[in-house]
Ligand binder design. Structure first.
Ligand SMILES: CC(=O)SCCNC(=O)CCNC(=O)[C@H](O)C(C)(C)COP(=O)(O)OP(=O)(O)OC[C@H]1O[C@@H](n2cnc3c(N)ncnc32)[C@H](O)[C@@H]1OP(=O)(O)O
Ligand SMILES: CC(C)C(=O)C(=O)O
Ligand SMILES: [Mg+2]
Length: 524
């Protein structure tokens, strides 16, 4: 390990460390999967935002997770990189193996402490759990100077036992004690009291930073995290767009903007460059296929939109009448370049930068070709069109299966049919199929070209802008042997967008199959 960084040890009085777990808990969202390249893109964005600690994955879980943690650890220089491990030597060894190349690393080890989890899940007596906490933290500390320990299901743990485990974990060398509300059960007053209780009762608590990790099952993850900070917590675990297990985790954009906007009553600072919030949200939504609900705080499409007359009147007179923060403060810039069929590559690139995208040359080229095609067909090309189109180009990068062309016969007479050409591992294949409507026929044609077991669980169409020439954005969810993935596609033709989305889902399923291949077992 290299030198101690600002992120190790006890936090400065009013500084709240941001521990982002988009790449670990976020990736545990049903339907979510990121490949290595995508994880690196997200990690680089998090580093650029000023995230203190990036939890890059759970290295024992799969070879894909191990490689992702190792690559992120090797590349990221300005944030600490953490890897998750259960309370076993093989998990901790595997995490350290992935992390040891990092400029600043953290092993995050956890063990359930609630009666319910100990009895039914771990099938361990409390004494054995307590001993395992000491053993796992001590072992991790032999490898890495920065160790975080979490009592899983902390908010449903008996207080005496929680205090005892926390004290022992600190004695064993944990520098951060993270209190997870694993099932999103607590409420702000109760969580505040729990953190205050730990601050008062655990004798060596001042040797560690208290962290919190809140889930959103009751929609309280952000409120609970803020209550904990008021009680003395100085690290918040969160994810971009609040993605994560079940209803998700505390949303980074919300908690950071709450601290910034209400600094008068919450006088705590983070290192986050809030102008990177919108691009980060877009990147994560594109990569995971999880669209952001329009009324989502901070990053939803409507978060800064004003439609009713009285509000618009107020906004024209003084924006503060209806805006408690500026769109610019979260990186939402008002458009300066109007795009159309006469726009060139330079303007397109500038527009993408204005919208917060950073594309490789190949992605830029793909997106530009599609932009020109769209501009030829569509009178007004809005920012939303460009976002949808670029999302599509980014998503499709490195695909094994690619859409080439398609024609459909549809209408009320039937039978509806589709003739589709895909490129599979570089080879063109064509199939014709009939179906119950053109989308069904097109999906049948995909199944004929790429036979697979996955079932279509969800099919959703959304118009990117108004007007009959609007682009369609389609989301599908596929399920195969209990594993789910989301696929997204955009096109001015709804059926083509549907095929793009389905093909994207199949590509993601291939990544998921690779990632869930049995992990290489480290020696016990
Ligand atoms: C609250 C959270 O977010 S925890 C993190 C959740 N994330 C994940 O689970 C990531 C994906 N998971 C996986 O890939 C797999 O579950 C693996 C590779 C981690 C483990 O796979 P398997 O060895 O097949 O075990 P499986 O998942 O079926 O069961 C979990 C085992 O870990 C044990 N376990 C759970 N938590 C812990 C812990 N913190 N420390 C030690 N053991 C634990 C369980 O008791 C169970 O043990 P058992 O097999 O003796 O009954
Ligand atoms: C691993 C732990 C911190 C977790 O994700 C949870 O308890 O929710
Ligand atoms: Mg969690």
């Amino acid at each position: 390990m290299t030198s101690d960084k600002q992120t190790a040890g006890v936090a400065a009085e009013n500084h709240v460390k941001i521990f982002d777990t988009t790449l670990r808990d976020g990736e545990q969202s049903p339907g979510c999967s990121m490949n290595l390249e995508e994880k690196i893109q997200v990690a680089e964005m998090l580093e650029a935002m000023g995230v203190d600690i990036i939890e890059a994955g759970f290295p024992i879980a799969s070879n894909g997770d191990f490689e992702a943690v190792r690559e992120v650890a090797a590349r990221v220089k300005n944030s600490r990189v953490a890897g998750l491990a259960r309370a076993t030597q093989k998990d901790i060894d595997r995490a350290w193996e992935a992390l040891k190349g990092a400029e600043a690393a953290r092993i995050h080890t956890f063990l359930s402490t609630s009666p319910l989890h100990m009895k039914f899940k771990l099938q361990m007596e409390p004494e054995a759990v307590h001993q395992a906490v000491i053993d796992s933290v001590s072992y991790a500390r032999k490898l890495c100077e920065d160790v975080e320990w979490s009592p899983e299901d902390g908010t449903r743990t008996e207080h005496d036992f929680l205090c005892r485990c926390v004290e022992s974990a600190i004695k064993a060398g944990a520098r951060t004690i993270n209190i997870p509300d694993t099932v999103g059960y607590t409420v702000p007053e109760e969580f505040h009291a729990l953190i205050a209780m730990l601050m008062n009762r655990v004798p060596n608590i001042d040797q560690a930073t208290i962290s919190v990790h809140c889930h959103n099952d009751l929609g309280l993850a952000v409120a609970n995290s803020l209550a904990a900070v008021r009680a003395g917590a100085r690290q918040i675990e969160c994810t971009i767009n609040g993605i994560g297990e079940r209803a998700g985790n505390c949303a980074m954009e919300e908690v950071v903007m709450a601290l910034r906007t209400r600094h008068d009553v919450l006088p705590y600072d983070t290192r986050i460059d809030t102008r990177k919030i919108t691009p980060a949200s877009r990147l994560v939504s594109t990569i995971t296929g999880f669209s952001v609900q329009p009324n989502k705080a901070i990053v939803g499409a409507n978060a800064f939109a004003h439609e009713s007359g009285i509000h618009q009147d107020g906004m024209l007179k003084n924006a503060q009448t209806y805006e408690i923060m500026t769109p610019e403060s979260v990186g939402l810039t008002r458009s300066t370049l109007v795009m159309g069929k006469h726009s060139g590559r330079h303007a397109f690139k500038s527009k993408l930068e204005e919208l917060g995208f950073r594309l490789s040359d190949n992605q830029l080229q793909d997106a530009f070709v599609r932009f020109k095609e769209l501009a030829d067909r569509k009178k007004d090309v809005f920012d939303e069109d460009i976002v949808a189109l670029v999302d599509d180009a980014v998503v499709r990068h490195n695909d094994h299966i690619r859409f080439v062309e398609m024609s459909v016969v549809c209408g009320s007479k039937g039978p509806q049919s589709a003739e589709l050409t895909l490129e599979v591992e570089g080879q063109r294949k064509t199939a014709r199929a009939e179906g119950n409507g053109p989308v069904d026929a097109a999906f049948e044609a995909i199944r004929a070209i790429v036979p697979h077991e996955a079932k279509l669980m969800l099919y959703q169409v959304h118009a990117v802008t108004g007007g009959t020439d609007a682009q369609a954005e389609v989301t599908v969810r596929l399920e195969e042997q209990g594993k789910t993935v989301n696929g997204q596609g955009a096109d001015h033709d709804t059926i083509v967008a549907s095929v793009r989305a389905y093909v994207n889902g199949l590509n993601r399923m291939m990544v998921k199959r690779e990632k869930t291949a049995p992990p290489v077992q480290a020696a016990e």
